[in-house]
Ligand binder design. Structure first.
Ligand code: SF4
Ligand code: F3S
Length: 389
């Protein structure tokens, strides 16, 4: 394993191009592309351990479809993917030695990526790797990881393996962290069955460059990809708004491209970037191809699937309560982070004075108009960091 800087192998021009594309995928201003490239050139290639538990290899398959960066750039120039069951050349004892080496030599530096849910039943006996249960392996590798990326709906929310009656006691990474069964580390969920390839790689690149994840929502999803429902950005939305619904897959409405709500579309309850980023290098996505969204990126996927049955009511949508500090943290990650990379601890202004400072508009580079409630959320977050009530 080597720890060369990102700029060593990847030519400056290629790095700049990659960062401009990534900035666009992350909905950042185009001017941040060169800033990202400059920062990236100073970063070292991060060692990455990728653990696959109860999964179908769809997430890895999706990763190989990324175009910005493509898999080759990602593996050979941006990260050092030193342990991945499907992609690594080593096997058996050699593979396990490589994992041990990363744990001891790069403690606190390596990134841990996980796909698949973790079986907790039968004392972990449902799935073992090198004689170690999935839960124990996650615990060991999570202990000194810089951060964890849960790739796919299974790792993010349990997914298909956790569907009733959940015979293996399948769990998601976040729940195990919250319960104290595995070490608490910075965590991002990138759900989807599988996730959009560019969502995986853009989140990874954001971490490599800014050493933190992009702003997350209350379910630890990057808001840039999961901030809106599929429905809100659907190209059939005007048919929905005007009450035109296909009633069967072969009726006139279906042929005319009407809304698929009556055929079980879960777009109104599903947060994902399919309508904007699309699949297969921006070619298409399920609804454009004539199939309803089946909510593959949401918690409860399968048990709450309602395949081909129309949604009953909006009450199916369960949104967790979000505190002011959590909203403030998301706002900070969405806006402030791009100038204040080290984080809010580097501020010289007391938390309580930040809203007034921003309201006065004395920060020349500031390009956002915050509402009063946003400023209050920001102050709540900064106070929380300061240990204030
Ligand atoms: Fe919404 Fe689905 Fe209809 Fe698109 S097809 S407008 S996502 S309900
Ligand atoms: Fe999944 Fe719905 Fe997109 S089923 S792939 S989130 S359109």
């Amino acid at each position: 394993m080597e720890s060369r800087s990102l700029g060593t192998d990847l030519s400056r021009r290629a790095l700049l191009k990659l960062c401009v594309v990534a900035a666009s995928a992350l909905a950042l201003p185009a001017s941040l592309g060169p800033v990202m490239a400059e920062l990236a050139a100073t970063r070292r290639r991060r060692p990455v351990i990728w653990l696959s538990f109860q999964e179908c290899t769809g997430c890895t398959e999706s990763l190989t479809r990324s175009v910005a960066p493509d898999l080759e750039q990602l593996l050979f120039e941006l990260i050092s993917l030193d342990y991945h069951h499907t992609l690594q050349a080593a096997s058996g004892a050699a593979a396990e030695e490589a994992r041990q080496q990363i744990l001891s030599e790069y403690a606190g530096e390596y990134l841990l990526m996980v796909d698949g849910s973790v079986p907790t039943g039968a004392s972990g006996g449902y799935s073992t790797i090198a004689g170690i249960s999935n839960l124990d392996l996650l615990r060991k590798c999570g202990d000194s990881a810089a951060a964890v990326i849960a790739v796919g709906t299974c790792a993010s929310f349990g997914g298909l393996p956790a569907a009733a009656p959940n015979p293996t006691g399948a769990r998601e990474v976040a729940g195990l962290m919250d319960d104290g069964q595995i070490p608490k580390r910075p965590l991002v969920n990138v759900p989807g069955c599988p996730p959009i390839p560019e969502a995986i790689t853009a989140v990874l690149l954001h971490y490599l460059v800014f050493e933190r994840f992009p702003a997350l929502d209350e379910r630890r999803r990057p808001r840039v990809f999961y901030g809106a429902t599929v429905h809100e950005r659907c190209s059939r939305y005007h048919h929905f708004a005007e009450g035109r619904f296909a009633q069967s897959f072969d009726d006139e409405g279906a042929r005319k491209g009407w809304c698929l709500l009556a055929l079980g579309c879960r777009g109104p309850l599903t947060r994902n970037a399919c309508p904007t980023v699309r699949w297969n290098q921006g070619t298409s996505w399920p609804v454009v191809s004539g199939h309803p969204c089946i909510g593959c990126s949401e918690p409860g996927f399968w048990d709450r699937g309602s395949f081909y049955q129309a949604l009953r009511s909006q009450s199916e949508q369960e949104q967790p309560e979000v505190s002011a500090a959590e909203r403030g943290e998301a706002l900070f990650g969405d806006t402030c982070i791009y100038c204040h990379h080290p984080g809010p601890k580097s501020f010289s202004t007391a938390p309580k004075d930040v809203p007034a400072l921003l309201r006065r508009g004395t920060i020349g580079a500031h390009r956002f108009d915050f509402t009063d409630s946003q400023l209050a959320d920001l102050a709540a977050y900064l106070k929380k960091l300061d240990g204030q009530p």
